[in-house]
Unconditional design. Structure first.
Ligand SMILES: Cc1cc2nc3c(=O)[nH]c(=O)nc-3n(C[C@H](O)[C@H](O)[C@H](O)COP(=O)(O)O)c2cc1C
Length: 194
């Protein structure tokens, strides 16, 4: 077992340790629209639920290498809406490829042949046939860290879900370190213990 004191460690190692120890991370495959109605699709794994009443989620979006906002961050700031699509194994490769740096005028969904359909309440569409999609309205925008990261807290206002998901989450995808992922294949149910 190794131990590092963060204040004495190179930043590259600190980042690597977070990416490889805070695992598996859920993935928000986020659809947003720009001011002029262009749809954007990108994955984010610095993402999780915060509360259930009201249902609040956060997603943490870094800057591009040149310091500019990623399209997702710009769109959320401009429109205050985003949709979190939940990823199952069949979407894994397309989700991963949608994380490449596409220019703002290019629609990742079109480039990767990802079919979209209208959401219930909000402008950003959802990905068709995902096991779940959460329509979110921006409630808070925080800027945290050195870069800084844009942390968006969204309130879920509508949920699309496959009823199967309430029984099992098998087949859902999580992010590991590097470009590695995991897929839920074993579930250990301890409900009889309590
Ligand atoms: C599985 C996965 C998870 C990612 N998680 C994050 C994240 O949490 N925060 C972030 O800023 N970028 C993350 N990225 C990188 C963004 O998806 C990438 O920068 C993307 O180009 C942003 O697209 P946009 O400019 O259309 O918003 C992740 C990429 C992948 C493949």
């Amino acid at each position: 077992m190794e131990t590092v004191v963060v204040s004495e460690a190179p930043q590259q190692l600190v980042s690597k340790l977070i990416f490889n120890t805070v695992v598996p991370r859920p993935i928000a495959w986020i659809t947003t629209v720009s001011k002029v109605g262009k749809v954007n699709l990108a994955p984010f794994s610095f993402f999780n639920a915060i509360t259930t009443k009201p249902p609040l989620l956060f997603v943490s979006v870094g800057k591009r290498k040149d310091g500019t906002l990623k399209d997702t961050a710009r769109n959320i700031l401009e429109t205050e809406e985003f949709v979190v699509n939940v990823v199952s194994e069949e979407f894994l490769e397309k989700m991963h490829l949608s994380g490449k740096d596409f220019p703002p005028e290019v629609s990742e969904a079109e480039e990767l042949n990802v079919e979209l359909e209208p959401s219930k309440l909000l402008k950003p569409p959802k990905v068709k046939n995902v096991p779940a999609a959460l329509e979110c309205v921006l409630r808070e925008h925080l800027q945290l860290g050195a870069t800084p990261m844009d942390v968006f807290i969204g309130e879920v206002v509508a949920v699309h879900y496959s009823p199967e998901l309430l029984k099992t989450q098998k087949g859902l995808i999580g992010r590991l370190g590097g470009k590695r992922y995991c897929c839920v294949s074993d579930e250990i149910d301890l409900s009889e213990l309590s």
